[in-house]
Design a protein around this ligand. Structure first.
Ligand code: SF4
Ligand code: SF4
Length: 202
């Protein structure tokens, strides 16, 4: 897996408050927890934020059952945070809002996931598009969940909430049913993505 940390300018306006809880992991394109977390600490110092806690998710814990237990264990730290920042692939920040009612912001772009690598982990929710903009769409990834990759609103083809392409709920319907997106965010126009970064990955 290959992941890059986003430029500060991209996320600084998404952060509200100073206290940050971090989810990191060791299997996302970085050599080790230590090396990666050193980069993360520099990054957060530049953001002028305070870290109230950090959790390093290991591969064996990258599943819903484990995550629920982890969140119970670290609940006090999470409660002290204004925002949650993820330094993982784009899968985890899509799952966390189901359990944590605070802004969850991906601080990384996923550039590559090797075939088979995502099996059994949250990485299966990410297509490694190279520009993680799920914060525009209520932390659900339209690259992965919508067959037409509709980032600026639904195509209108769903019937009773079911996608016209696949027999499953349209992610836009999920967003509205669960109030995961505000009207203001829905009305924002998302610019086209630059996919050249992923084309250059070996
Ligand atoms: S937008 Fe989707 S495909 Fe792209 S990095 Fe984020 S989760 Fe992965
Ligand atoms: S119904 Fe929803 S998920 Fe299906 S193609 Fe249209 S917007 Fe995408």
């Amino acid at each position: 897996m290959r992941i890059e940390i986003k430029k500060i300018e991209e996320i600084k306006n998404l952060i509200s408050g100073k206290k940050i809880f971090i989810f990191s992991c060791d299997n996302c394109g970085f050599e080790s927890f230590e090396k990666k977390n050193k980069e993360v600490f520099f990054y957060l110092a530049e953001l002028k934020t305070e870290i109230v806690g950090i959790y390093n998710l290991t591969m064996d814990k990258c599943n819903v059952g484990s995550l629920k237990k982890i969140i119970d264990e670290i609940e006090d730290d999470i409660n002290r945070a204004d925002n949650i920042l993820t330094f993982t692939c784009g899968g985890l920040p899509q799952i966390l809002p189901n359990y944590i009612k605070k802004p969850v912001i991906p601080a990384t772009n996923t550039l590559k996931i090797e075939p088979g690598r995502s099996l059994g982990s949250f990485a299966r929710l990410c297509s490694a598009c190279g520009e993680c903009w799920i914060y525009y769409t209520g932390n659900l990834c339209m690259e992965k969940l919508c067959p037409k990759k509709m980032r600026n609103g639904p195509c209108g083809g769903a019937e009773d909430g079911i996608c016209e392409v696949y027999e499953r709920l349209c992610p836009w319907v999920i967003l509205f049913r669960t109030n995961r997106i505000s009207e203001e965010d829905f009305l924002k126009i998302i610019p086209p993505k630059d996919f050249s970064k992923i084309l250059l990955q070996e």
